[in-house]
Ligand binder design. Structure first.
Ligand SMILES: CC(=O)SCCNC(=O)CCNC(=O)[C@H](O)C(C)(C)COP(=O)(O)OP(=O)(O)OC[C@H]1O[C@@H](n2cnc3c(N)ncnc32)[C@H](O)[C@@H]1OP(=O)(O)O
Length: 323
């Protein structure tokens, strides 16, 4: 992915870590330094363009990664540069990985709710022309080392099929623990729950300050088992939640079907009931028959009468007999 400015000079390292400040990294000695504000603008352009490309690749209606969303969240973005592209022009970007700590309520294998704050994979994209060349793994591996976290300690926000395959191939992550939110966690998640750094550590984690993270303990906090789901959702909200607003049709079309419909391409040997590893509409549209049923509940409505008169279930007499 190329830009009208010199990416190679802007991002001297192969992998650049960006936090909410979107600060341009220190430049190599000897390079001329444009105004800092221009450099930050260039960083913001890169983040915005990567976010758009990722959304397109995942068929999302809007980017979940942008400069403004980075600035208003404590997320961290790992940006991978193409070091071989230098002779051809102004350098290029291969892709990015965005992570962040999130408070979640997750179910363990006994279906008890646990309040945790794991590191979450929020967005991940490698340019189409460079996928399956090992770049994704290079970026992921770098992130694991920097964040000092094991793959099974991560929570993944609505992983795509490609990402599920990626995790399976490189990290042997296969068996999921069924959840009721959009996050996917894998077997082993509860074995050694990673402890999020204290706020002061978070602030300095990526600024190069030498702060030693204390040894992780296992702070998976158990909650009373029968907590109402309404209490749980706000904490476990996916970063993709805001997309629902744009995509959701009005009532009664927004009613989720009572039975979970199997995904078109189920995740490989996954048991993630209630998860939504599939991309595409966040809530499927209700089938026509279910719509008719819900309209029958309010017979005085003229639309209901009109629709019922064309119900393929039979003539009005037959319907009356059935009732
Ligand atoms: C929480 C989220 O971010 S979900 C969104 C994840 N992002 C996307 O789906 C966007 C489109 N996909 C991509 O950008 C990339 O394919 C990524 C980020 C998922 C993986 O990056 P890559 O550089 O392709 O991964 P890398 O080369 O290290 O590993 C390749 C493995 O990933 C998986 N993979 C990558 N692309 C595909 C694909 N098109 N179909 C199936 N599996 C794939 C496979 O396991 C593959 O191994 P294989 O080639 O032996 O089958």
């Amino acid at each position: 992915m190329e830009f009208p400015f010199d990416v190679d000079v802007l991002l001297p390292e192969r992998i650049t870590v960006l936090d909410q400040h979107l600060r341009p990294p220190a430049r190599r000695p000897g390079t001329t330094t444009p105004a800092r504000v221009d450099l930050q603008q260039q960083i913001m352009t890169i983040v915005d363009e990567l976010g758009k490309a990722s959304a397109k690749a995942q068929h999302l209606p809007a980017p979940i990664t942008s400069a403004s969303r980075m600035q208003s969240n404590r997320h961290v973005m790992y940006v991978l540069k193409d070091t071989s592209a230098r002779p051809a022009g102004k350098g290029a970007i291969i892709g990015f990985l965005k992570v962040g700590y999130k408070k979640l309520f997750v179910l363990d294998d006994r279906e008890a709710h646990n309040e945790v704050e794991p590191l979450c994979i929020l967005d991940f994209y490698i340019h189409e022309s460079l996928q399956r060349h090992g770049h994704g793994q290079e970026l992921f591996q770098y992130m694991l080392q920097k964040e000092r976290v094991e793959p099974h300690q991560l929570a993944i926000d609505r992983p795509s099929q490609k990402l599920l395959k990626f995790l399976n191939k490189h990290y042997n992550l296969e068996t999921t623990v069924p959840q009721v939110n959009n996050f996917v966690i894998f077997e082993g998640f509860f074995a050694h729950q990673h402890r999020p750094p204290a706020p002061s550590l978070r602030a300095t984690r990526h600024t190069g300050a030498a702060v030693i993270d204390p040894a992780p303990s296992a702070p998976v906090r158990k909650l009373p088992p029968k907590r109402a789901e309404g209490d749980i959702k706000p904490y476990s909200s996916s970063d993709r939640e805001f997309l629902k607003v744009a995509m959701e049709p009005p009532w009664p079309l927004n009613r989720a079907p009572r039975r979970a419909t199997p995904p078109v391409h189920p995740p490989p040997r996954s048991s993630s009931l209630g998860n939504s590893p599939e991309r595409g509409p966040l809530r499927p549209f209700v089938p026509e028959q279910e719509l008719l049923r819900s309209l029958r509940l309010c017979p005085p409505h003229s639309t209901a009468r009109l629709l019922l008169s064309t119900d393929p279930g039979g003539s009005p007499t037959q319907r009356r007999r059935t009732r």
